[in-house]
Design a protein around this ligand. Sequence first.
Ligand SMILES: N[C@@H](CCC(=O)N[C@@H](CS)C(=O)NCC(=O)O)C(=O)O
Length: 214
Amino acid sequence: MSEYQLYCFAQSGNAYRVALMLNLIGADWEPIWIDFFGKGEQRTPAYRTEVNEMGEAPVLVHGARKLSQSGVILTYLAERSGKFAPQGEDERLEALRWIIFDNQKVNGFLGPFRFLRNFAKPPGDAAVLGFLKGRIDGSLAIVDKRLSTQPFMLGPRPTIADLSLVAYMYYPAEEFGFDIAAEHKHIAAWLERVKALPGWKHPYELMPGHPLNS
Ligand SMILES: N[C@@H](CCC(=O)N[C@@H](CS)C(=O)NCC(=O)O)C(=O)O
């Protein structure tokens, strides 16, 4: 058995953060596929009892530990591996600040927007999509501005703040109906920098279950 197991599925940008980090640090890991769209496995009592009481993916299994919340998992992996770790108290707090902002307002809106537009049956209501798109535009502009003066979110080095923020950003533009990279040139350059890190893979390559219903 691999050292780490990751409950995930290919369409999950929340899980991609962790899958990507595991690959970038060269960890010995394997995915455990969650039937999110079919059985809705994450909502079953068994999942909530045995895997994650919050009913979410990703979950990282490491020995007797089961960790959820990608920000917590990224922190855990950074502390254990020493890679992508923020250095010193100020940087640790800064990483946490961006990870929380990301979870709530960047990928925290991108994920549901893409889900409602692409996978939900029936698809999301236009007013809801419009609300989310407004929030997404505002949040992406904030990230783009931050990246206009430095290569990575916290400065010259990539950290877990970057690995959190890329979550949904490599999925195809058609799934969003707008092109994040084409509309934000600093985000576009940063996505290329992260992509150039040894071990980078696209979410559809790294996690099982793409294409859906295959
Ligand atoms: N803040 C969480 C978000 C996790 C999350 O929302 N995951 C989605 C899948 S992408 C989920 O499991 N949703 C539960 C559901 O819709 O039933 C994290 O970063 O781990």
